[in-house]
Ligand binder design. Structure first.
Ligand code: GDP
Length: 290
């Protein structure tokens, strides 16, 4: 999806329209990049709606960091839960959290203890964060893709999940934030946006710097590196490491020098396929000021 101002306004309008139908909004984020995978206007869009935050793909994020994020959101009065939509881990806790949110709302209205019906919810998130996977997982079946059928306008459909939750079958799709360079790198590195938008060497360079600082062991083990650069602010040292990795992986071009683009793709592929272990690219301590 290419996001232009017109698309953004339309996406926002579509979600706001459907917010009228629901009790609780479920904001889906990528646990590896909770800030970059967050829509920049989400607080505004969801405004007064009771909300829960899900940190999806928790299976491939750094567990310790995910716990820090859950505290980060708690400090901001948002209940966040780790979820693995592909395996189903953490999924049944969603219903409980949604019920609690609705109970809170009723209590605030002076109707404590009354829960007259199933909680109605809408999942919202940026592309590729796992919305469809989660909906299918919650629904407990592989819901058929809703392709365009000529002449048929798709009505709003509810998916019943047990007796306590009802979910709108199509999620709300929002745009990621594009304001800063690091956001683009994080989105590209995790596969949320296509590589072609940014240069893969730039992405890999950025990621490598981060990995040297935060996950040195993963690099040493994966690539058999003995001495990592000490100064990640020195680009020559980082490029040298990239070359070292490329050489070990046979990413050579004619003449025998390292093909940095190939080396970059090795690093990014290893990151995305968990060959470097469970890695989170954003930690609350880096962003407390935001
Ligand atoms: P959507 O665009 O938000 O609907 O995202 P999808 O449901 O299509 O998921 C995008 C990609 O993320 C797919 O390749 C999924 O298999 C993958 N994915 C979704 N949830 C998880 C998860 O919890 N863990 C992992 N490892 N991958 C996931």
């Amino acid at each position: 999806i290419q996001w232009f101002p017109g698309h953004m306004a339309k996406a926002r309008r579509q979600i706001e329209e459907r917010l009228k139908l629901i009790d609780v909004a479920i904001e889906l984020l990528d646990a590896r990049i909770p800030l970059s995978s967050r829509n920049p206007m989400i607080d505004d869009i969801l405004a007064q709606k009771p909300r829960i935050v899900l940190l999806n793909k928790a299976d491939i994020a750094d567990e310790r960091i995910t716990k820090e994020w859950i505290r980060y959101f708690a400090d901001r009065k948002l209940k966040a839960l780790p979820v693995e939509s592909t395996t189903g881990k953490g999924v049944k806790e969603i219903t409980e959290a949604a019920k609690e949110k609705m109970a809170d709302k009723f209590a605030a209205m002076g109707r404590k203890g009354i829960q007259p019906r199933a909680v109605r919810a809408l999942i919202v998130g940026i592309p590729n964060v796992g919305k469809s996977t989660l909906i299918n997982r919650l629904a407990g079946r592989s819901a058929a893709a809703t392709g365009d059928r000529p002449g048929v306008t798709k009505a709003q459909q509810w998916i019943r999940i047990g007796s306590e939750l009802e979910l709108l079958d199509t999620p709300g799709i929002l745009w990621p934030k594009f304001e800063e360079e690091w956001v683009g790198y994080h989105l590209a590195a995790t596969g949320a946006i296509k590589d072609e938008i940014l240069n893969s060497e730039d992405i890999a360079f950025y990621i490598l710097k981060y990995l040297i600082r935060e996950y040195p062991k993963a690099l040493e083990e994966r690539y058999g590196i003995e001495q990592l650069p000490e100064d990640t602010e020195n680009p020559h040292e980082v490029v040298e490491l990239m070359e070292q990795i490329g050489r070990k992986r046979g990413c050579l071009q004619s003449g025998g020098s390292v093909n940095l683009e190939k080396a970059s793709n090795v690093i990014l592929r290893d990151l995305r396929t968990e060959k470097l272990g469970r890695i989170s690219l954003e930690r609350p301590s880096d962003f407390e000021a935001l």
